[in-house]
Design a protein around this ligand. Sequence first.
Ligand SMILES: [Zn+2]
Length: 128
Amino acid sequence: MQRPSVFRRLGWALGIRCPNCGRRKIFKRWFRMDKQCGNCHLIFERMPGYWVGAMIINFAVTAGAFLLMLIVGMVVTWPDVPWTTLTFVGLAIGALMPVVAFPWSRTIFAALELAVRPTEPGDFALDD
Ligand SMILES: [Zn+2]
């Protein structure tokens, strides 16, 4: 079977699908990802500490959203920048963005990691 391209994997990841085969519903709940894909049987956590990469993506997205809000807020309201409002909006972004971005940070990291380090036979579960 031909390996999916990184763009195809990222497309699946944006749809919160398995980054290896594109199967839907790999999350039981918002914060609860299945241990393995029900279709291709890929074990998502491919090594201990695997999800640190997803945490880095999640942090980068949160920091990017905060910086974007801060810059746009300053540019739009200059010279009377409402610092108190920007502070509270920034706090809200810092609190909510990691929650909102959680499943995408995992699927996007897994897609990127699979593009760089292809699967091996030991990455797949033997049974359901
Ligand atoms: Zn799969």
